[in-house]
Ligand binder design. Structure first.
Ligand code: SF4
Length: 422
């Protein structure tokens, strides 16, 4: 289904007819039409109106602010995002400031929030936006144009158009899906493509079109609040909900059964040693990860892949040449070979309990278990290792833990390792 889109000056005047793929729809046109007014009325009286990125109370919204906050909020809670957002806005008040910033500075501002691909995309997206602004003198105006910006998916694009441009944009993120599957009693697996299509069609049908132009941004904000504060995952407050009268999940007393999500296989687990290689000055060896892949462009300790499992099945182990090459970066392979050639073994640095329960770090596709291991080397060895890495064009540095924390963009998992090793 093609979503209706419009910029602030080109509002569609009528609803397009929507076809629902799998779901037989039980609500009347009156109930559908009164959905948004009820939500908006609730939001005006009970919603959050003081979040630092909100633009629904201004006539001159700033798309940069909405874009930045939406990307930050993709996998992180509002309370965590607020101080990060404020630091970003202080250091990079405009998209031009963000576009011309050094990556290390952005990484340092992002450090601790996780899912670093988002920070990479922000940097790339800022450069794309500046290019567009230089050509057109304005931000992209349509959902499709925003979707072309790095890291901006369909729902984020809808949110930016609605809240950052006060145009017509539909959002259908996890919060919205929860509210509308409950309200409409949609009990199909939301991971299926046909259900996704229906949810988007319903979300579009419920989003105000012919209302004043700022209404769709207002409504997007209201739906986010509904999902985050009222129709929450574990404790929906149906007794004060503005749409409870015709909410099917509530009528059935089955609020918690929605949304339906088929059980996934357990995530694979990866086990690696995190090498704390220390020279006689007490400096630690840090490597910059390649730009692509996990923690792209961030600084990490050298890791040594041990094994990957799924449930009780071992998927791959360090003994296999293919796994050694695919699971370790080039720098890590050089270090492993150098240690083997020199008969060096790293030792556990941490409390013995940790040997059975290494640091767990969960990523989108797998859990990563990190076992800190220490290795003190001589000045001659440090020099030899530095030369080997430099010869292979590896970005590396020797820095004490405190200095590294203060000056390098370190992923959260590395901070956890440093906390454990002290
Ligand atoms: S009535 Fe309850 S389950 Fe239904 S939308 Fe409202 S809060 Fe959610």
């Amino acid at each position: 289904m093609t979503q209706p889109t419009a910029n602030a000056t080109n509002q569609p005047k009528t609803h397009s007819k929507t076809t629902f793929e799998t779901h037989t729809f039980n609500h009347t046109a009156t109930e559908l039409d009164s959905f948004a007014p009820r939500i908006l009325n609730w939001f005006d009286n009970n919603g959050r109106h003081d979040l630092p990125w909100q633009q629904h109370q201004t006539d001159t919204p700033n798309p940069y602010i909405v874009w930045l906050s939406e990307v930050m909020l993709q996998q992180t809670q509002v309370t965590t995002v607020i101080p990060y957002f404020q630091r970003f806005m202080t250091s990079f008040p405009t998209v031009q400031d963000l576009a011309k910033a050094e990556w290390d500075r952005i990484a340092e501002h992002w450090a601790g929030m996780g899912y670093y691909a988002r920070a990479r995309n922000l940097h790339k997206g800022a450069k794309q936006l500046v290019e567009i602004i230089e050509k057109t003198d304005d931000y992209p105006q349509t959902v499709e144009d925003w979707e072309a910006i790095a890291g901006v998916g369909r729902s984020t694009a809808g949110a930016i158009v609605a809240m950052g441009l006060h145009g017509y944009g539909v959002i259908c993120d996890g919060n919205v899906k929860r509210v509308i599957t409950r309200w409409a009693g949609i009990d199909d697996d939301i991971m299926k493509a046909a259900t996704t299509k229906d949810l988007w069609a319903l979300a579009a049908r419920l989003t105000p079109i012919d209302a004043p132009i700022q209404e769709s941004g207002h409504y997007a904000q209201a739906m986010m609040d509904m999902g985050a504060t009222l129709c929450t995952r574990r404790h929906p407050s149906c007794e004060v909900c503005p749409i409870s009268a015709d909410c099917i999940a509530h009528a059935q007393g089955r609020e918690m059964d929605y949304p339906v999500k088929a059980k996934k296989k357990p995530k694979p687990s990866k086990f690696s040693n995190a090498l704390v290689i220390i020279n006689p000055k007490n400096d630690i060896l840090w490597l910059q990860r390649p730009d692509s892949g996990i923690w792209g462009g961030l600084w990490v300790l050298p890791l040594q892949f041990m094994q990957k499992t799924q449930g009780k099945t071992v998927l791959s182990s360090a003994d296999e040449d293919a796994a050694f090459e695919s699971e370790n970066t080039l720098a890590e392979q050089i270090i492993a070979n150098w240690m083997a050639d020199n008969g060096l073994n790293a030792r556990s640095l941490s409390h013995s309990l940790l040997d059975d329960a290494p640091i767990k770090h969960s990523l989108t596709h797998f859990h990563w278990y990190l076992q800190p291991q220490g290795l003190h080397i001589t000045a001659v060895q440090a020099q030899a290792l530095t030369q080997l890495l430099e010869k292979a064009d590896i970005n590396m540095t020797w820095l004490a833990a405190d200095t590294a924390k203060a000056t390098l963009g370190l992923p959260k998992a590395m901070l956890k390792v440093l906390d454990v090793v002290g």
